[in-house]
Design a protein around this ligand. Structure first.
Ligand SMILES: O=P(O)(O)OC[C@H]1O[C@H](O[C@H]2O[C@H](CO)[C@@H](O)[C@H](O)[C@H]2O)[C@H](O)[C@@H](O)[C@@H]1O
Length: 282
């Protein structure tokens, strides 16, 4: 992929934000989602790993920026492990906002700050296997235990992931309601987690914290729409923002791609964008 060509937003807002980012990288924040953006989608969520070009590209870019963040639905520590983000030269100031922003890992300290287990999640973790048996969920439906802050039910490995996903929506909503949780839908995954935090709230608060002068946000899934919306709102208040969708498969949600200033083909395209930006800043 030709390096400079990929970094070509098609909207005036995107072009303006890219110009602001290149003019003052020392005030800019680059924030990216993990699965589907930095890591290719794979059938087994425990085998997801960052694209081999992702960490080198992030490490090239980070020293030129005000801040670099990964904003993910994963527990922060899991994203750090699967991403290979710890102890990397150039990523000494990386921040990973996990569980949609409820958790935070700082490369500086190497520690995760977490609000601890939520009683509703604890109850659902215990109830879920029996619940899925009782409702007769599709064979291949898989529970991802994400610790005390969320539990996810995946249908990618069933015979008909769409049908299995649709069949689960109603029952899981009812289960979540009963335990004071919300259902976060994603790419063949329905996640039960506490309300009150999303990637938009997390991103906006982080941008305020570092006094960002411009932002690039890149994501691939429904959970990233809150971050896209936050950037659109901040743009209206004068903060230049570039929205990048990691897409190119039939799974890419239109609600996300239609809001993007730039759409690139999956993690490979994201790595190309990061390298093109690093080239522009060098
Ligand atoms: O916010 P993200 O970093 O994008 O995390 C969202 C969810 O991603 C993971 O599931 C997705 O990726 C899996 C591995 O490629 C794939 O098998 C699955 O179908 C996708 O939905 C993760 O397992 C979830 O916990 C995250 O919430």
């Amino acid at each position: 992929m030709a390096s400079a060509d990929i970094l070509t937003p098609h909207t005036p807002e995107g072009k303006e934000a890219l110009a602001a980012l290149v003019a003052h990288p020392e005030r800019a924040v680059v924030a990216l989602d993990f699965d589907g953006t930095l890591a290719p989608i794979v059938p087994d969520p425990e085998r997801a790993r960052a694209h081999p070009g992702a960490v080198p590209a992030l490490a090239r870019l980070a020293p030129r920026l005000a801040a670099l963040a990964v904003v993910t639905g994963r527990p922060a520590g899991v994203a750090v492990r699967y991403g290979g983000f710890a102890g990397v030269r150039g990523l000494e100031h990386l921040v990973v906002l996990g569980h949609y922003g409820a958790e935070r890992w700082d490369a500086r300290s190497g520690e995760v700050r977490t609000p601890g287990a939520h009683p509703g999640v604890t109850a659902v973790r215990a109830e879920l296997p029996g619940f899925l048996d009782r409702i007769g969920s599709w064979s291949g439906t898989w529970i991802e235990d994400k610790g005390g802050r969320a539990v996810a039910v995946h249908t990618r490995r069933t015979e008909d992931p769409d049908a299995a996903f649709e069949a689960l929506r109603g029952p899981l909503r009812e289960l979540a309601d009963r335990h004071g949780l919300m259902v976060e839908p994603g790419r063949y995954v329905l996640e039960l987690r506490p309300a009150g935090m999303d990637k938009g709230v997390a991103l906006a608060s982080y941008l305020r914290e570092v006094d960002a002068g411009a932002v690039l946000y890149c994501g691939d899934d429904l959970g990233d729409i809150a971050a896209f919306d936050a950037v659109v709102e901040l743009r209206e208040q004068g903060l230049p923002g570039l929205l990048v969708a990691s897409a190119g498969t039939t799974e890419s949600p239109k609600e996300l791609t239609s809001r993007a200033d730039l759409t690139v083909p999956g993690p490979e395209g994201v790595v190309a964008v990061l390298n093109a930006l690093a080239d522009a800043l060098e």
